[in-house]
Ligand binder design. Structure first.
Ligand code: 3H9
Length: 686
């Protein structure tokens, strides 16, 4: 047997063990010996039952994603499942860790699935822009019903062992030594003597499907897919499982899989899968990390409260510091309210809420931060305020504690210089709401020590964040590029576009919302304050703010929000204001198309990304993609701005930037040298 697949015979029960670290993916070097092993065991009279198990921490986590886009090497998963499914003796999958994608599909080829209590099972292919291509869409509905299968396959979210048991996906759940339990289980099944019905022949559950209700659900999903093809294909495949004979539905699934796997959307999503994992890698891997047991957070406002919740949710006790008892009380009350909302929504139990709240210790005394191993400052965005706080922290924090600022823009080297320990200072730029948003920009300052950096990268993962290490500059990666994107939005308004036209061009592109909806949501006053501090202006947005129109929170911004609704309604007053300002500047409005809107906003964004790479502020183009997809809603199906630049054609982007540069003379359009090189070489290599 190969080293990837081994077989042991335990008194007539064959245990087939897949051993392909780190996640037992079904690579070619697993599939080939697995197929041979199954065919041999099928015909081996000394074997009464077969267990499929995995070495290491997890069951098979899916097909080997690195093989996608390359010529398929046989045997493919479907053929293996077909052989497995045709075996007459009882077969069982022993699931620990995660059974995902092709891993679950392999398990669905068995008569039985037995899971460890902590196991998770799912078909996450949709997140890679594909659908389960090993029979998952036709077999899963036969066990859990079409509605549940639809939900699992379209969301891609795995379920726990108990839920899987309740749904009929697994036949038994055990705690303790899984192999012993599984062997006993399958022996018992063999003793009973069957009949052992393959999943493909179990259609009682899908016969019950209410197709009208199913189709209503699918229509809703298609609307929410925002141009992504995979969720729609997933839904179609599950429907086929209900309406077509098994083999026809299987063939349709294959056809959809082949189409999707070759699509740009899937390439983009696979790029993001690896990009997120790459972003968490630092040079000098073996650095010893610092111990983090307690976290301090300074500021209990929206940002500080969210950050504190993010750590508490990750299991860390948090000391929350405010300037007054009143502010502290308000902050803690908001945190409690947020958890109460989660309980009401069913995403948190009362018990978990109590445990999380018990993690918080409030204080107004800096000295109480002395036992914290990491202190995150989330105070007002003002250099003088930050320096004063870091001076105080320097006095009270224990030696070796990591001191982090949540600044979105300010110079962290300058903040670090206000302490006697710049090696312990770095930036942790959370995105609001910090307990929800996945992105964390970790800002490495000039003197940040490698072990401090490695510690927070690891910590970010432990609290469920996607971390990207960036360098110091105004706005770091995300906000700096956002400024480049935003610089033309106002010009487009003055030249004749309306806020809703621009926002629509964005949502048609796949963004969840456009720049004006986003500004209204975040609060226009934030950008206004920031501009004022830097001596900058934006005539339309500034005027709106002067009129007290700060966006959703005041019921009026670029749009109207009537009676507390979050639905933006175009406001003729704003359109009149824009036309008035344009007239003052002597601009004659013209019709502006969606292509121009995208070119003038997204090409400068990419251009800025190229400058960021060239300056070493981001280490990899893919890091920038991770920032934009996880922090700003760049459409996943386009893979992030730098990946999309490759799809769009860097040469085209350079050409159009030159065109706009010649017409307007604006610096944002001047192609960055790295972008020009990318147009020639096809690589973002600096
Ligand atoms: C599929 O199955 C299609 C079928 O329907 C049809 C076939 C015909 N392949 O995430 P981690 C690597 S599609 C190759 O940091 P964790 C990963 O890149 C697949 N490599 O660990 C990383 O490498 P490195 C459906 C993979 O403990 C290392 O393993 N399945 C694969 O945080 C560790 O990964 C999925 O989409 C793979 N399938 O999380 C599941 N998976 O160390 C994808 C991982 O060099 N995987 N790697 O950076 C996951 O969700 C997580 O990896 C998992 C473990 C939860 C399993």
């Amino acid at each position: 047997m190969s080293s990837s697949v081994s077989v042991a015979n335990e008194g007539g029960v064959a245990i087939v063990t897949i051993d392909n670290p780190p996640v037992n993916a079904l690579s070619f070097h697993v599939r080939e010996p697995l197929m041979q092993a199954l065919a041999a065991l099928r015909d081996d009279a000394s074997v009464a039952a077969i267990v499929i198990a995995c070495a290491g921490r997890t069951f098979v986590a899916g097909a080997d994603i690195t093989e996608f886009g390359k010529p398929m090497q046989h045997p493919e998963l479907r053929a293996i499942v077909a052989v497995l499914e045709a075996i007459a003796k009882p077969t069982v999958a022993a699931i620990q860790g995660t059974a995902l994608g092709g891993g679950l599909e392999l398990a669905l080829g068995c008569h039985f699935r037995v899971a460890d209590q902590g196991a998770r099972l799912g078909l996450p292919e949709v997140k890679l822009g594909i659908l389960p291509g090993g029979g998952g869409t036709v077999r899963l509905p036969r066990l859990v019903g079409a509605a549940k299968a639809l939900k699992m396959i379209v969301s891609g979210t795995p379920i726990g062992a108990d839920e899987a048991y309740g749904a009929g996906l697994v036949d038994a759940v055990f705690e303790g030594d899984l192999t012993t339990h599984v062997v006993n289980f399958v022996r018992e099944m063999a003793r009973k003597g069957g009949p052992f019905t393959p999943v493909r022949d179990r259609d009682d559950v899908i016969k019950e499907t209410d197709l009208a209700a199913f189709d209503a659900e699918v229509a809703d999903l298609a609307r929410k897919a925002r141009g992504l093809e995979a969720p729609v294909a997933c839904a179609q495949a599950v429907r086929n499982a209900v309406t077509l004979p098994f083999d026809e539905a299987l063939a349709e699934e294959r056809a959809l899989f082949v189409k999707l796997v070759a699509s740009d959307q899937s390439r983009a999503q696979r790029h993001l899968f690896f990009a997120e994992r790459e972003a968490a890698k630092l040079p000098g891997k073996d650095v010893v990390k610092r111990r983090i047991a307690r976290v301090g957070v300074i500021g209990a406002g929206t940002m500080g409260g969210g950050i504190a919740m993010a750590f508490a949710n990750g299991g860390f006790p948090v000391t929350l510091l405010e300037t007054s008892q009143e502010a502290l009380r308000r902050g803690l009350a908001t945190i409690e309210k947020n958890y109460t909302v989660s309980v009401a929504r069913g995403s948190l139990s009362e018990d978990a809420k109590r445990q999380r709240l018990a993690q918080f210790k409030g204080t107004v005394d800096h000295a109480d931060l002395a036992d914290c191993d990491l202190i995150v400052e989330a105070a007002f965005e003002d250099m003088a305020v930050k320096k004063e706080i870091f001076g105080k922290l320097d006095a009270v924090a224990r030696p070796g504690a990591i001191l982090a600022t949540n600044t979105s823009y300010l110079d962290i080297d300058e903040i670090a210089a206000s302490t006697s320990r710049p090696q312990d200072v770095l930036g942790l730029h959370f995105f609001s709401p910090a307990n929800v948003m996945k992105l964390l920009e970790i800002v490495r300052a000039e003197k940040t020590a490698p072990d401090a950096l490695a510690t927070v990268v690891d910590l970010a993962r432990r609290i469920g964040k996607v971390a990207v290490v960036v360098g110091v500059c105004h706005g770091f990666v995300g906000n700096r590029m956002l400024a480049a994107r935003g610089s033309e939005s106002e010009a487009l308004l003055l030249e004749g576009a309306t806020p809703s036209q621009i926002d629509k061009a964005f949502t048609d592109f796949g963004w969840p919302m456009g720049p004006f909806q986003m500004g209204d949501l975040a609060g226009l006053d934030i950008g206004w304050r920031n501009r004022k501090a830097r001596g900058l202006t934006a005539v339309i947005a500034d005027t709106l703010c002067e009129q007290g129109r700060f966006g959703q929170k005041t019921g009026r911004g670029f749009y109207l929000y009537e009676n507390g609704s979050r639905m933006p309604v175009p406001d003729p007053e704003v359109e009149a204001l824009i036309r008035g300002k344009a007239a003052e500047k002597g601009i004659v409005p013209r019709t502006i198309g969606a292509d121009e809107i995208i070119e003038r906003t997204l090409y400068p964004l990419i251009n800025e990304g190229a400058k960021i790479l060239e300056e070493g502020i981001a280490a990899r183009a893919s890091d920038i993609d991770v920032v934009w997809v996880n922090g700003y809603g760049f459409p996943v199906g386009k893979g992030g701005p730098m990946f999309w630049a490759g799809l769009e054609g860097a040469a085209r982007i350079v050409g159009r930037l030159r065109y706009w540069h010649e017409r307007t003379g604006k610096n944002v359009f001047k192609p960055a040298p790295l972008l020009e090189r990318m147009a020639e070489t096809g690589s973002w290599q600096v």
